[in-house]
Design a protein around this ligand. Structure first.
Ligand code: ASP
Length: 290
């Protein structure tokens, strides 16, 4: 029996309400709407969760609409530092890169670490050295066009992520970010940390997070959502809601996308919006931002 299929995408949580009336929310929604439908067709046709999650994140990195890949904003010293991770729930293999500066598609470098090295996390200049081998283009600093110039003065953030369940029952979660805006140079958030920003276990589910990364690190957010679903039998909605409430109580904010092995989707957030799109096992399509 083939597994149910499902996929969920996010383009970051934050104060999106401030873009109302600028056309920007509509642009992002249209992009996510097209992307989720195209990728779903691929899944129906037998594409692997690994390929679909990689393609999803690459498309969002390249779009320039989110704080990841092209749209990333510079850190406190004026240059972009990129973090990304990917985890395959089949054997719990995982790869990530952090504080990289020269790659067009950080998610490709993370996948390269997962598939071609014995390590899980490679950082800084050594991550930059993997760019070409990973199949990502090398880009110069002027490639990056902060998607949110107007937001630089405001507390803001943004990330992209994908969680995919394929016909074989494989669950893959992937996350990529330029980090929180104006982050301290050298600062690394939850996105490249397996168990905090990204986690996937076959027969349970997958999670990709967005928000103030320090809180997701301090709560081991992604892995604890999966643990609750696994050990307590909670739904994606209940498990993610419980961890997000913990984060809110601690003073943090953000959101996450979660899929379980039955193809149930939850996309909760505690901010004034999260770019998101999903198609669950029943074929129900959800696209939204506020
Ligand atoms: N979680 C990311 C980080 O802390 C930022 C975000 O999702 O907006 O780097």
């Amino acid at each position: 029996m083939p597994s149910p299929i499902a996929l969920a995408l996010h383009g970051g949580a934050g104060n999106l309400a401030r873009y109302a009336g600028t056309g920007r929310l509509e642009l992002a929604e249209e992009m996510l709407n097209n992307l989720v439908r195209t990728l779903h067709q691929g899944l129906i046709g037998g594409s692997s969760a690994l390929d679909v999650a990689t393609l999803a994140v690459m498309a969002m990195e390249d779009s320039g609409l989110f704080h990841a890949g092209k749209g990333s904003s510079p850190n406190s010293k004026g240059y972009v530092e990129l973090d990304a991770s990917i985890m395959n729930g089949r054997e719990r293999t995982a790869g990530s890169i952090a504080a990289a500066t020269n790659m067009k598609n950080p998610i490709k470098a993370a996948r390269y670490v997962m598939e071609q090295t014995q390590q899980v996390l490679i950082v800084g200049p050594e991550a930059d050295l993997l760019t070409r081998a990973s199949g990502s283009e090398i880009v110069a600093p002027d490639y990056f066009v902060p998607c949110d110039e107007v937001g630089v003065a405001l507390p803001s953030m943004g990330t992209v992520g994908a969680v995919v369940l394929d016909l074989s029952g494989d669950v893959v979660a992937a996350t990529s970010t330029g980090g929180t805006l104006r982050k301290r140079a050298g600062r690394v958030g939850d996105a490249p940390i397996i168990g905090a920003g990204t986690y996937a276990v076959n027969n349970v589910g997958g999670v990709s997070c967005t928000g103030v990364g320090e809180y997701f690190l301090r709560t081991s957010a992604a892995s604890r959502v999966i643990a609750r679903m696994d050990l307590l039998g909670e739904s994606p909605g209940a498990a993610s809601g419980s961890i997000l409430s913990e984060i809110t109580e601690m003073g943090g904010s953000g959101g996450m996308i979660v899929i379980d092995h039955r193809g149930t989707v939850a996309m909760p957030y505690s901010t004034q919006g999260m770019y998101r799109a999903s198609i669950d096992a029943r074929g129900t399509i959800v696209v939204g931002c506020l």
